[in-house]
Design a protein around this ligand. Structure first.
Ligand SMILES: [Zn+2]
Ligand SMILES: [Zn+2]
Length: 311
């Protein structure tokens, strides 16, 4: 199915890239979402994700090697093994909530539009918001600046050219997926990488290419996709030959909380031991950004076990 060409490229260390390399694949994202819903058997996930048996078993193994899933075997029983979240993967919950917020804002999805979230702590129907842990203001890309941290080194990444899976997951199964459009878009990790670089202020083809271990035709393809999806718009910066800069639209900028939650998770769980590569500063309060995903009713930080979903 996939074509691999292996090379390596040394790029700026980034917790987003590290997180994407572990769980940024479309199938991994879909599997984790199923487990968050309480679907934890092989057959259940097969139905819920639309993956083939081979792909599903490959990704389940991968997620176990990354300590993102724990397999429970049932000895001598008729029951099949089940897969469970770990300490590490349960913290991707805020990331899932931020995905849902974006999806609801930009896509009409009957399932998602009718979902009701209840916060067990305050017993109210709520909506998740990302706020600065220091000044309690909502986090947006305009208000955050990036600075090199103690771990601002280089990471060696393997060059892989893998074809985007051509069948869009939405045509196969709606299931209980609350953010399938986002997964279809970002589940190709290079597309997600390009957006992350745009948040860091990169906007030209050559700048993107220098930071990504991918072939130029793949980068061209992903930029085209991001324009078609309304995440980027382009502006000419040179006339002959004609060259464009790529900028985030409002829809693109609204992905910021999703990426910030991924970055925090990567800082905590995918660190290479020498500190965070990038430090985020919340400009309105001047403090280091500690992003918290909270209940908009009581202001408490949200954790998976305290949220009830009703479809
Ligand atoms: Zn702040
Ligand atoms: Zn609450």
């Amino acid at each position: 199915m996939s074509v691999f060409q292996k090379h390596t490229l040394s790029t700026r260390a980034s917790s987003i890239n590290r997180a994407l390399d572990e769980i940024g694949d479309k199938w991994c994202l879909l599997i984790l979402q199923e487990v968050f819903w309480g679907v934890n058997t092989f057959n259940g996930m097969l139905a819920g994700t639309g993956a083939s048996r081979g792909v599903l078993s490959d990704r389940l193994n991968w997620l176990q090697t990354k300590d993102c899933l724990r397999k429970e075997e049932v000895e001598n029983g008729p029951r099949r093994p089940t897969y469970h979240l770990t300490k590490k993967s349960i913290e991707l919950y805020s990331n899932g909530l931020m995905a849902m917020v974006w999806e609801r804002k930009y896509f009409a999805t009957p399932t998602l539009d009718s979902v009701e979230l209840t916060h067990k702590t305050c017993a109210k129907a709520f909506w998740p918001v990302m706020e600065c842990g220091h000044c309690n203001q909502p986090v947006s890309s305009d208000d955050v600046s990036f600075h090199p941290g103690p771990g601002a080194t280089k990471d060696t990444r393997i060059t892989k050219t893998r074809r985007r899976s051509s069948s869009s997951a939405s045509s196969e199964d709606q299931g209980k997926t609350l953010y399938r459009n986002l997964i279809n878009l970002l589940g190709d990790r290079w597309t997600a990488n390009v957006i992350a670089l745009a948040f860091h202020g990169l906007n030209r083809f050559d700048d993107f290419h220098q930071e990504l271990p991918i072939a130029t035709n793949i980068l061209t393809d992903r930029l085209k996709l991001l324009i078609n999806e309304g995440v980027f718009y382009r502006l000419p910066y040179q006339q002959s030959p004609l060259r464009y800069e790529y900028h985030l639209t409002d829809k693109g900028r609204d992905l910021f909380p999703y990426f910030v939650s991924l970055l925090s998770w990567g800082d905590k769980w995918c660190s290479k031991g020498n500190g965070n590569p990038i430090l985020l500063k919340h400009e309105p309060c001047g403090e280091h950004l500690n992003p918290e995903v909270r209940c908009n009713q009581c202001g408490d930080a949200l954790i998976a076990t305290e949220v009830h979903f009703k479809l």
